[in-house]
Design a protein around this ligand. Structure first.
Ligand code: X5A
Ligand code: ZN
Length: 718
């Protein structure tokens, strides 16, 4: 039934992903051949594969296709959304094959080779009628239609394929359809939604069905099918809660999207439209549950769920999430957020301070915080907001929880209230991780034992997580006094281990044989995660950047999956061995890279030193040059000044020369005048002398005359 309807939904994908390349088409073809019991479909697939392998010699192939540069078209990894260059066959980020079989066989498809489609779905019947011992699964293909309008460069992580991937794992494991009871989906009513959300919020979500694409926040999208998907998700959760609480089924798993735990009373955010868990809690109460416990193990804090119940003593909310002092999305959920208005202690936050949190940390927090408080609360009904984004391999969570960890947590909660438990899918973005984790959880719900052989329950937690758990206990023991005794015991253990740790030589990460003076990295509080490439998603495109950075990293490591590797049967342990192998390989590559970089660094440093010297020489030369230039400039000025002076002098000389000529002329004139006057005077003198002579002649004549006449009279006078 499920497979059939999915097939029809796939038609939509063919249209939407039209340019998505052959990878996607082949994948969908596999899906439509999903009836793998039919021998003919298997053989036709074989024929198809061999045709593809020989297509280059195929003379019928259109020339257009031959010239197309197929190699350079990038492809997005089905498993983790990572973009990869066209000539890569395996995803840089997660190792998944370009033509991954994950959508047809879930986590059971080998991640390292193209799925050959030969895995058989186990056909078991018996889940078609509900029984008090059955596990109900809520699923509906119409939730697949909620998807982001494809104009963005990168697929949104909260994508439709999350559902078929999990469904394919369940089908391949023979769990569902088959051994679980499929609950009929219905859209939740507005009235029911208004137990949780404002009427305006419900209307706002409904309005999006009029639009091809819309956004509540930059990362919370809607298309024309989103409102219905959100109503179906909430409807499934509501009905599962009712069925489980009333005892018609034992427990249930809601395989739903969009997720819900970030959706608050009046806000859609963080990929969430309606708060599915909150609706389920209130429906369970309407069906008679007095106390409901919501445990939220999504890697993000369920700010919406906390807001809805923070004043409510009848619904306890316990969340474990990355917090990092509020730097991790959505930033809320500090340990001191404990509930308000008399409901203090009914909200419990376990805020991890770093990435890389693993099974033993979660189990430790469960043992010392979640279970003690939950059993003191003594709920009638337990809801798990089960995001699988704290899973190993998740691109957003960068944590390390394995399917074994999830099954153990499920088992621990199941012991709480006679197993009346509803697990609701929230986040989780690595298809392989979410499928294997969800399958493990459902198996526990179905009564299969959790993998007890793993030493996760006894191994000590990381110090950072121990610190967090102690902080939470210290805060919560005011409200839950039973915590006090174990708190003081753990505190003294912590103190002792601290002293011990100080005495111990520090553990150092051996970087490389080549790095002679590489600084030793001290491994302290946080255990390093294999997938912790700080791959955070803020919804405004920064995911793209980080993803590209990761791609770069992988490109640098040159991780080449080994083609000779045996493609052994797809069993989970094997998968994790594969993961471990690939991780080991990447660590080795990192070490080699570090050595190379150290070398490069040394040469670069020497070069730098040389260049520095050269630079200094050049600087001193330049100084000299400057000095010379200054001198030249001064000389130039001096020359200019002297030229000016010369000019002045020249004109002076000219002036003087002129005045000298003047003087000479004037002298000549004077001389002439003098000469003239001299001759004049001479003439005058001569004439005067002449006159004088004449006068004296006259005079003497007169005198003689006079003397002759007056001789007697004048003798004695003279
Ligand atoms: C449901 C869930 C994550 C939102 C991250 C937004 N939401 N940057 O995992
Ligand atoms: Zn999440």
């Amino acid at each position: 039934m499920v497979v059939e309807s999915l097939e029809s939904s796939c038609e939509v994908s063919k249209r939407k992903h039209g340019d998505g390349g052959d990878g996607i088409r082949i994948l969908l073809d596999e899906f439509s051949n999903g009836d793998v019991n039919s021998v003919s479909s298997v053989s036709s697939k074989r024929a198809k594969v061999s045709r593809e392998m020989t297509f280059q010699e195929d003379s019928d192939w259109e020339p257009m296709q031959q010239t197309k540069p197929v190699e350079s078209v990038k492809w997005f990894c089905v498993n983790c959304t990572m973009p990869n260059p066209g000539d890569m066959v395996h995803c840089y980020m997660c190792g998944e094959h370009k033509e991954s079989g994950i959508l047809s066989h879930g986590c059971f498809a080998s991640p390292f080779c193209k799925d050959n489609g030969l895995t058989q779905v186990e056909e078991k019947r018996g889940g078609s009628s509900p029984s008090t011992s059955s596990t109900a699964v809520g699923f509906d293909e119409r939730m697949w239609l909620h998807s982001e309008f494809e104009v963005k460069e990168l697929p949104h992580v909260e994508r439709p394929d999350r559902l078929p991937a999990i469904a394919a794992s369940l089908a391949t494991a023979g769990v569902f359809p088959g051994r679980c009871f499929p609950i009929h989906a219905r859209e939740i009513t507005k009235q029911e939604l208004q137990m949780v959300h404002t009427s305006e919020h419900v209307d706002a979500v409904d309005t999006t069905s009029q639009l091809q694409h819309s956004y509540f926040t930059s990362d919370t999208y809607a298309n024309e099918y989103s409102a219905r998907a959100a109503r179906l998700a909430a409807g499934l959760c509501a009905d599962l809660a009712k069925e489980i609480f009333s005892g018609r089924v034992k427990n249930g798993f809601a395989l739903v999207r969009p997720p819900g735990h970030h959706a608050g009373i009046k806000d859609a955010m963080g990929f969430c439209l309606h708060n599915n868990a909150a609706v389920a809690a209130l429906v369970a109460q309407a069906a008679g549950a007095r106390k409901v416990l919501i445990v939220d193990w999504d890697v993000h804090h369920g700010n919406g769920t906390q807001e809805i119940f923070e004043k409510n003593r009848s619904v306890m909310y316990i969340s474990l999430h990355r917090h990092e002092g509020g730097k991790f999305y959505p930033g809320t959920g500090a340990a001191n957020e404990v509930g308000t208005y008399g409901a203090e202690g009914y909200c419990v936050n376990v805020p991890w301070s770093c990435s890389g949190v693993g099974d033993r940390d979660y189990i430790y927090a469960f043992q010392h915080v979640v279970l003690p408080i939950a059993s003191a609360f003594s709920p009638d009904f337990v809801i798990v907001s089960a995001g699988f984004d704290a899973a190993k391999g998740d691109p957003l969570g960068c944590c390390k929880v394995t399917p074994a960890g999830y099954s153990r947590m499920t088992q621990m909660l199941g012991d709480l209230c006679g197993g009346k438990m509803l697990v609701i899918l929230e986040g989780g973005y690595n298809l392989r991780s979410i499928s294997s984790s969800a399958t493990a959880v459902i198996k526990v719900l179905m009564g299969e034992n959790a993998e007890n052989d793993l030493p996760i329950a006894t191994a000590p937690p990381s110090r950072a997580c121990l610190r967090t758990v102690l902080d939470v206990m210290n805060i919560q023991m005011k409200f839950w006094p039973s915590l006090a005794t174990s708190y003081s015991k753990l505190l003294s253990e912590w103190e002792a281990s601290r002293l011990e740790k100080r005495a111990e030589p520090r553990r150092e990460a051996v970087v490389t044989q080549g790095a002679v003076d590489a600084e030793a990295v001290v491994v302290d509080e946080a255990p390093p995660s294999e997938f912790a490439f700080n791959f955070s998603y803020s919804g405004d495109g920064s995911l793209l950047d980080d993803k590209e950075a990761c791609g770069e990293l992988f490109r640098l490591f040159r991780l080449e999956p080994d083609p000779s590797r045996d493609l052994s049967p797809p069993d989970e342990t094997n998968l994790y061995n594969e993961y471990a192998l690939s991780v080991a390989r990447s660590i080795a590559s990192v070490n080699a890279m570090v050595a190379e970089y150290e070398n490069a660094l040394r040469t670069a440093r020497a070069d730098l030193e040389e260049q520095k010297k050269e630079l200094e020489e050049m600087a001193s030369l330049r100084r000299e040059l400057e000095e010379e230039r200054a001198k030249v400039r001064a000389m130039h000025l001096e020359k200019k000044r002297m030229k000016k002076e010369a000019k002045v002098l020249k004109s002076e000389v000219k002036r003087l020369r002129k005045s000298r000529t003047d003087c000479v002329a004037r002298e000549k004139m004077y001389n002439e005048l003098v000469a003239k006057s001299a001759s004049c005077f001479e003439k005058m003198r001569k004439s005067i002398v002449l006159e004088l002579n004449q006068v004296s002649g006259i005079l003497s004549a007169d005198r003689a005359t006079l003397a002759d006449s007056d001789d007697d009279d004048d003798e004695h006078e003279i």
